[in-house]
Design a protein around this ligand. Sequence first.
Ligand SMILES: [Zn+2]
Ligand SMILES: [Zn+2]
Length: 369
Amino acid sequence: MHKLDLIEDQFDRQKKITWWEQDSLSKSKVLIIGAGALGNEIVKNLALVGVGEITIVDNDKVDITNISRCIFFDETDIGKPKSELLSKKIQTIRNIKSNYFIAKVQELGVGIFEQFDIVIGALDNREARSWVNEFSRMFGIPWVDGAIEGLNGLVRSFGKEGVCYECTLSDEDLKLLSVRKSCALLSEEDITLGKVPTTATSASIISGFQTQESLIFLSRKQVEHMPLIGKQMTFFGETMSFLTTNLKEKSDCYVDHSNIEFQKIITSFDLNIENILEDNQLEGPGKFYREMVSNISCADCGTTKEINKYISSVKQYEALCSSCGLEMQIETDKRIDSFYKKSLNEISFPDNELIILNNEYILISKDKV
Ligand SMILES: [Zn+2]
Ligand SMILES: [Zn+2]
């Protein structure tokens, strides 16, 4: 026996599980969307087992109702951003690398998912789930969804192929979702978790299952080992019973179930777009993956405002007319050549966003140095 095997470390008990790969866990990068009740518990669990790096996304701030379900938040945190608090606090109690974004996931580049081994949804609304679903699949990253209501909850996992979250929605759900999505700018009035009855225990139970499902994957990095891939486990808290069902892939699902091929470029966002393309021997014709908002105008009083910003960075209040307060109409443009002389920073282009050049996907990431 090797001498090192005789020395116990903090992870000794879990390493006794035959398939457990501590090295693999300590090199894993996990993206957690949502820093509420589920997010707090998931971060705690991942840190305890020694996952290497946790990135947390949430645009919300702590309010008084969060405190009964979130171990990392107390009265002195009210009004502070949840993702930042959670990320900083976990680093003070465990040796773990953690990053955060104070943003809605839809405000980040769609290619953010590509850098992670797995995505865990700790979400409370369908719009965000639908977003995570579409783009984690696009980049072939598995994601584990969890939801809680009252004493009940559910966990389900979606892999690199086959059934996706959108396949599980009824026609009525999809209709509601498409109405909300048709609003070009992000809606500000998402339903918040605080308005649904929940308890610390249901958050703890469901997040425990989500974390365990993720660890099974992270240890061996094989989607086939995830017990809930393409399945949903529903927990009924009042009777302490479970029901696991297979989720069915929809042949007419509007989400493309395949993964994309893409080229990744890392560049300074201070350079203008023309130079970035030249430096990387790239040529048009090309378009942005999402829209650039060029102008907004008021149909009622004729006020026009030049915006020239990428749609993910335009806030809903910016589209209200300063003269009469009505919602203005936005004018968008996807053609890159209209903005050749501008830098990516000037147009608020998000880090890790796609563009399409000659029908090929190019992922543009910010040079951090
Ligand atoms: Zn689908
Ligand atoms: Zn007006």
